[in-house]
Design a protein around this ligand. Structure first.
Ligand SMILES: [Zn+2]
Length: 207
């Protein structure tokens, strides 16, 4: 696809990229301690999309790290994680949305990931109905306690932390730099992220 190799996702905003089957997508946290909410769907059939709950089922685990696969709503692999500097992610809660801030904080005008993802979709000129439960919360340090509680730990990763995903299909991928500044999710300071789309290079060769 004709697009820049690198797309900055500004703090509190969303952007999108096209990724071809076999290409690599690097997601880089530019300043550290930032979470990115990711939605992806198949270009040749938008009724198939990345599904966090199917990923939990296919992997029989809520953990993701290097070597893990992320699956679609039809249980086909969407991504293989080939590098993961953080290995802390959330795939059990939806992305933040208008209702999250209105209901839990009484805020009617706070930015949210679902709106950011819609922004990224619209900037691409794509037409796809987004839902919060489609989002994979990349680098989000959520943890399930022995009692079943879900705790958001402060994100602990540093600037430059990267996850690299190999695409199994031709995809549209959206990423939100999560604007949550009322929990430790983004260390109370939302910052920018980067998406880089590239062809796989043999190890040790300069690109
Ligand atoms: Zn968010």
């Amino acid at each position: 696809m004709n697009q820049p190799n690198e797309v900055v996702v500004p703090a509190r905003e969303g952007r999108g990229v096209y990724v071809d089957e076999g290409q690599m997508l690097d997601i880089v946290d530019l300043e550290g301690r930032q979470v990115g909410d990711l939605i992806a769907w198949f270009r040749n059939d938008p009724s198939e999309y990345l599904s966090p709950t199917h990923t939990v089922s296919c992997n029989a685990s809520i953990a993701l790290g290097t070597g893990s696969q992320v699956f679609s709503n039809r249980r086909n692999p969407v991504f293989t994680i080939v590098r993961d500097d953080v290995e802390r992610h959330d795939i059990i809660v939806p992305c933040c949305d208008h209702e999250r801030f209105e209901r839990d904080y009484g805020l009617d005008d706070h930015g949210h990931c679902l709106g950011n993802l819609e922004q990224g979709r619209d900037l691409l000129g794509e037409d796809f109905d987004l839902a919060g439960e489609m989002a994979w919360n990349v680098f989000m340090h959520n943890r399930v306690t022995d009692e079943g509680g879900v705790v958001t730990d402060p994100a602990a990763h540093e600037a430059g932390a990267t996850i690299t995903l190999r695409a199994h299909e031709d995809l549209v991928v959206l990423l939100s730099s999560c604007p949550q500044d009322l929990t430790p999710c983004n260390d109370f300071n939302p910052t920018a992220m980067l998406m880089r789309v590239r062809d796989e290079q043999p190890e040790g060769r300069d690109s």
